[in-house]
Design a protein around this ligand. Structure first.
Ligand code: AMP
Ligand code: ZN
Length: 116
C-alpha cells in the first residue's frame, strides 16, 4: 500500500535529495546514504511496492529490469569483474528499514559469507 511518508517515493518525486546515478522509465538508482561497502547503490522501482511479499505477476518485467540495471551499474562502478552482491531485505528478521522495495548493490571490497 502507498504510505503517506515513503522516503523512497519522495526520492522518486525529487522532494527528498539523493545522489541518483541512473534512471529509466520504471526505476531509479542512487547511492546509499550509509554505505556498507565502497560501492553501495540502491535500485528501486518508481512505483511503490512495500516488500518482496507484495510483488505480483505483473511486476515480473520490473523485477527483471532491476537486475539488468544492476549489471550496467556494476560495470559502470568498476566491480563487475572483482565481484559484487545483490540483496533484497524482506521484513523484520532481514532488517528491512525502508518499506519500498530496493535492491542493494554492494561491492568494492571482500564481502563476507554468510551475511549476519
Ligand atoms: P533496508 O535495511 O534493506 O531497508 O535498507 C535501507 C537502506 O536505505 C539502508 O542501507 C539505508 O542506509 C538506506 N537509506 C536510508 N535513507 C536513505 C536516504 N535518504 N538516501 C539513501 N539511502 C538511504
Ligand atoms: Zn514508496
Amino acid at each position: 500500500m502507498k504510505t503517506e511518508h515513503c522516503l523512497f517515493c519522495d526520492i522518486v518525486a525529487r522532494t527528498q535529495p539523493a545522489q541518483i546515478v541512473h534512471e529509466t522509465d520504471q526505476m531509479i538508482a542512487f547511492k546509499d546514504i550509509r554505505p556498507k561497502a565502497p560501492v553501495h547503490l540502491l535500485i528501486i522501482p518508481k512505483i511503490h511496492i512495500a516488500t518482496l511479499n507484495d510483488i505480483l505477476p505483473e511486476h515480473q518485467s520490473l523485477i527483471g529490469e532491476m537486475f539488468l540495471v544492476t549489471k550496467i551499474l556494476a560495470k559502470q562502478f568498476g566491480i563487475s569483474e572483482t565481484g559484487y552482491r545483490t540483496v533484497f531485505n524482506c521484513n523484520r528478521d532481514a532488517g528491512q528499514e525502508v518499506y519500498h522495495i530496493h535492491l542493494h548493490l554492494l561491492g568494492g571490497r571482500q564481502l563476507f559469507w554468510p551475511p549476519g
